[in-house]
Design a protein around this ligand. Sequence first.
Ligand SMILES: N[C@@H](CCC(=O)N[C@@H](CS)C(=O)NCC(=O)O)C(=O)O
Length: 231
Amino acid sequence: MKLYQTYASPFPTRVRLLLYAKRIDVEIVEPPGFHASTEAKGDYLKVNPIGRVPTLVLDDGRALPESEVICEYLEDAYPEPSLRPADPFERARMRLLSRICDFYLVMAMVPLFSLSARSRRHWTPEAVTAATGKVAEALAYLEGYIGEAGYAVGGALSQADGAIAPQLVLASEWIPALFGTPDPLPALPRLSAYWRAIQTDPIVVRLIAETRDAIAAQQALSKRLADAAKA
Ligand SMILES: N[C@@H](CCC(=O)N[C@@H](CS)C(=O)NCC(=O)O)C(=O)O
């Protein structure tokens, strides 16, 4: 199988959590045209007409887009170990936490992703404050449902940890570092405790390191492209 993905995006990170936990071997492919690249997406649109990452391509050529759909496919095709809690309510809570990330947290970050791609004169305090306020609101939704036993749900790694961890790197590290805003986590005690605890899980440690490295590489590339454009 092949996974089309980038390490900077939080969505494929969710899928990699399952690949690592289930020890599934896939070829990782970074499609052109993503993240500060000047190339067009080209043939990738034939693999995934939605034009987003991730996409999982099976050995027979069938392709699946959308991180949640891919995770559910991997759970069904490779059931052991399961990254879904056995209890129906806890399983629903796992899906709820992932959904809060997809529907509220990422959406709240979109204006900041857009600002980060524009020159700093567009970074007005009003725009930054409005966007970071929305991020704080979405984090407070996670605060209400996050587990208290060291994992997002129950006492074991689940799909929800793969959804939340990269978002917390963005919310509590990338946004404060880039926009000079305060880290929103200290105001959220349960989420802060979760964030400390989950950074002791070896799979999540790996995912967080991959996310941090990719963000740093992307920032260096953006800077090189901006410097080249000025020269
Ligand atoms: N709902 C999709 C969202 C995927 C998504 O938005 N991926 C972003 C990367 S963060 C993307 O590919 N954006 C298009 C682009 O960067 O051109 C999923 O869960 O897979």
